[in-house]
Design a protein around this ligand. Structure first.
Ligand code: SF4
Length: 305
């Protein structure tokens, strides 16, 4: 199985996080720049549900009146602006227009602005001690469609950015790769299992057990269920501790296998800053690829055509 992505990933993003000044107060930030050279691995699709709703820029800020953005979609809550005007219909139309544009472009991953009553997923307000009524209206649509969701703020940390990128590549690969035989299925699992074990050891163990007990023959339906389970695991972030431990474990294995020493890679307990850890991860990724040793923590790479 080829573990190199050659097609660019279509990546959706809240337009205000792509440098467009579309927030209610005419503000916007460019978070996509934080990907550095990796920006070119993606075709970017900025959308702004509130602008597409026809509310304009600048506009009066809006909030959820009721339980959550999902309740708004179900007709059980409202969206009102600061003056108390009901803009529920307008916002739903803007969200529908945004989701249609993303689906037309085959977008399955989205960088969202957390803390917005529209794009927010776990918070719908930016105020520190209030979580709002999550998810936001557009956030609920993205969740309901199983999008691979990336909080824009996480892109500021080089290690989190690396974590999102390697899982997104693996997710894109897992979504498309052909699984037409039992051999394909075992190979598929062999490629993603180390990453799945790092993120969710319990579920990964259950999958491994089920695979070992498979009856004779190939059942396409169970293979597709397994593909879906893997994709759901890959949507979850890992932690710094797990990332450092896996890096060291792989480095020990790599050194034994190739005899190559990499001075930059440090033990999990060694003190160093986030930029250094991200550099170690990228070095390990690059060296493993050039020596053809599978780096289980980042099994899929993008190399373009
Ligand atoms: S958070 Fe979403 S709706 Fe709000 S300005 Fe940004 S893109 Fe537009």
């Amino acid at each position: 199985m080829d573990t190199v992505l050659k097609e660019k990933i279509n990546l959706g993003i809240s337009a205000c996080m792509y440098g467009c000044k579309v927030r209610y107060n005419k503000k916007g930030w460019n978070m996509s720049e934080l990907f550095g050279r990796d920006q070119t691995s993606f075709i970017w699709h900025p959308v702004c549900p509130e602008s597409l709703s026809g509310m304009g820029i600048p506009r009066s800020p809006i909030r959820v009146i009721g339980e959550s953005g999902r309740a708004v979609l179900e007709g059980n809550a409202k969206i009102k602006n600061r003056e108390g005007k009901d803009v529920t219909d307008m916002l739903i139309k803007g969200c529908n227009a945004s989701i249609e544009a993303l689906e037309r472009a085959n977008v399955f991953a989205f960088v969202y602005m957390e803390g917005s009553p529209s794009c927010g997923v776990y918070r719908t307000t930016l105020k520190n001690n209030r979580m709002g009524k999550p998810p936001g209206v557009f956030g609920a649509m993205l969740l309901d469609r199983d999008f691979f969701l990336i909080p824009a703020n996480d892109l500021q940390s080089p290690v989190r950015r690396w974590d999102w990128k390697r899982r997104l590549y693996a997710f894109a690969w897992a979504k498309e790769v052909d699984i037409n035989s039992k051999d394909d299925l075992f190979q598929f699992w062999h490629i993603v299992k180390f990453l799945c074990q790092e993120i969710d050891e319990k579920t990964a163990r259950e999958i491994g057990k089920r695979l070992a007990e498979l009856p004779k023959g190939f059942d396409k339906e169970s293979a597709e269920t397994l593909r879906h389970e893997v994709m759901m695991i890959l949507r979850q972030p890992s932690s710094l501790e797990k990332i450092k431990n896996r890096l060291w474990k792989h480095y020990m294995y790599f050194k034994r296998k190739t005899g190559v020493e990499l001075e930059n890679v440090m033990e999990p307990t060694d003190m160093r800053n986030m930029n250094h850890i991200a550099d170690e991860l990228m070095l390990m990724e690059k060296t493993s690829f050039s020596t053809e040793v599978l780096f289980g923590a980042a099994p899929i790479l993008y190399r373009g055509r």
